[in-house]
Design a protein around this ligand. Structure first.
Ligand SMILES: [Zn+2]
Length: 466
């Protein structure tokens, strides 16, 4: 009898163990049909993909498109027309007021030593910075961090440029992590410097590359604190300045920048939609940001995210895989210096009581896909991770919790899942926010594979929900 009971128990346990994964599989993991449909999506992208040619137009014919610029307005028109040509169910604009900062004449900077010798530096004003009002010449104090600055005696800082020279940490495999960590100097260095009586901030570019390209990016001031100019130095320039400072702590830097902030400008998010066949009220957003910094062509940041998002909808249409839930491609305005478009999108979604299932963003460049970063409750993350076998054959199977994206960030709490397109990150920060972020840096197949992986995820979300 003992043996029988034991045997029964063992059998029950075995049944339970084998039944559990089967039940999960039936709900979320995909059939052979899904696998075949996803193959069709990739086939269409690899043989007939249109995102690369769309990107060629956006970067080549329109180019850089900083918020408030005429090029940003042109890009809105282009986005609308391009989506209308896809024959979507609805294409529309969402009005949003955006900041309008202009760089003005190319910046100039040079180092002056005690013997009067000048070395010129490649610099770029940080976005949002005030100008110098002519030539601004001052001594320099170098620091590695905001904390080091805060600990310096006032006399060491007053009347000088604070030179923030902490490099990005090369030891992380994911470069975005190093970018995030080093970013405080760029974002709030000028305000911290001004608080201590400095006249400006010079910030080492946020890149692991050692070259002469300055990397711009957003910065902000603090209410009640004097607004002092802030410029990015190339990594080579930063190293040179640091070395010269060691030999001559009395050297000066002369900086000339004519950037300024003009009144806000009316702009738009561009939205294209395919209505869900079964659950039209449930919305899946897939997007990138249409604005870019003004120095390059905004190719990897974030032209690629825009064309991939539109391509995801085109791929569903071209393969006849009509989504069961509503799918929206959104080209967000003003990610770079305000995130007003992302905020507006979430605000309107809330005001209309929309039901957002998931939002996907591609804003890490158009490099070889790896997978997706997921921000959601653990149970929701598990559902998405269960689709891993469908992505693995395409090298896109890294599905894990992680940062999703800035534009979709404001949807947190409104959408069940926020998802970031994850691609190889080794080259992104070489060109990020520089004159080198141009179309020629984008590889056609990498870009199209990324769009296909986004379309495949949209397909699964639209079929199974979360
Ligand atoms: Zn971006």
């Amino acid at each position: 009898m003992m043996r029988t009971v034991l045997l029964r128990r063992t059998l029950a346990l075995a049944l339970l163990l084998s039944a559990a994964p089967l039940a999960t599989r039936a709900q979320t993991v995909p059939s052979a049909t899904d696998s075949a449909n996803i193959r069709r999506i990739y086939n269409e992208a690899l043989a007939q993909g249109q995102s690369y040619e769309n990107l060629r137009y956006l970067t080549g014919q329109i180019g850089a498109r900083l918020s408030g610029s005429p090029q940003a307005a042109q890009a809105v028109q282009w986005g609308q027309t391009t989506m209308e040509k896809l024959g979507l169910d609805r294409v529309y604009l969402q009005e949003v007021m955006v900041p309008h900062w202009v760089r003005g004449k190319p910046e100039k900077a040079s180092i002056r030593g005690d013997k009067g010798k000048g070395v010129s530096l490649n610099v770029a004003a940080l976005g949002g910075s005030v100008g110098t009002g002519g030539k601004l010449r001052a001594g320099v104090v170098e620091v590695q961090s905001l904390a080091e600055l805060a600990a310096l005696p006032e006399a060491r800082v007053k009347g000088k440029f604070v030179f923030f020279n902490r490099p990005m940490n090369p030891l992380y495999v994911e470069t975005g992590q190093a970018y995030g960590e080093a970013g405080d100097q760029r974002r709030s260095g000028a305000a911290a410097a001004a608080k201590r009586g400095a006249v400006g901030a010079l910030v080492r570019s946020l890149t692991l590359a050692h070259d002469d390209l300055p990397h711009t990016g957003t910065m902000s001031y603090q209410e009640g604190v004097t607004q002092v100019p802030a410029a990015a130095l190339s990594t080579m320039g930063a190293d040179e300045l640091s070395q010269l400072l060691k030999a001559d702590s009395k050297l000066t830097v002369e900086l000339e920048m004519s950037c300024q902030t003009l009144p806000d400008v009316k702009s738009y998010n561009v939205v294209g939609e395919i209505k869900g066949s079964k659950y039209p009220d449930q919305i899946i957003t897939v997007g990138g940001h249409l604005d870019s910094w003004d120095l390059g062509q905004g190719a990897h940041d974030d032209g690629t995210g825009c064309v991939q998002s539109m391509e995801a909808l085109r791929l569903l249409k071209a393969t006849g895989l009509r989504p069961e839930r509503t799918v929206r491609a959104v080209l967000f305005m003003n990610e770079e210096n305000g995130n007003r478009g992302g905020l507006k999108y979430a605000e309107l979604a809330k005001a209309s009581n929309e039901n957002h299932l998931a939002a996907i963003e591609s804003d890490g460049g158009g490099f070889t896909p790896r997978g997706f970063n997921i921000e959601a409750a653990p149970s929701v993350v598990r559902k998405i991770v269960a689709w891993q076998p469908l992505f693995a054959p395409y090298g896109s199977g890294l599905l894990a919790p992680g940062h999703a994206g800035t534009d979709i960030g404001p949807l947190k709490g409104q959408a069940k899942a926020l998802v970031g397109y994850d691609c190889d990150s080794q080259r992104y920060f070489d060109i990020h926010h520089t004159a080198a972020d141009t179309f020629d840096k984008v590889n056609r197949r990498e870009l199209e594979l990324g769009g296909a992986s986004m379309a495949a995820l949209v397909y699964l979300l639209s079929k199974y929900g979360l």
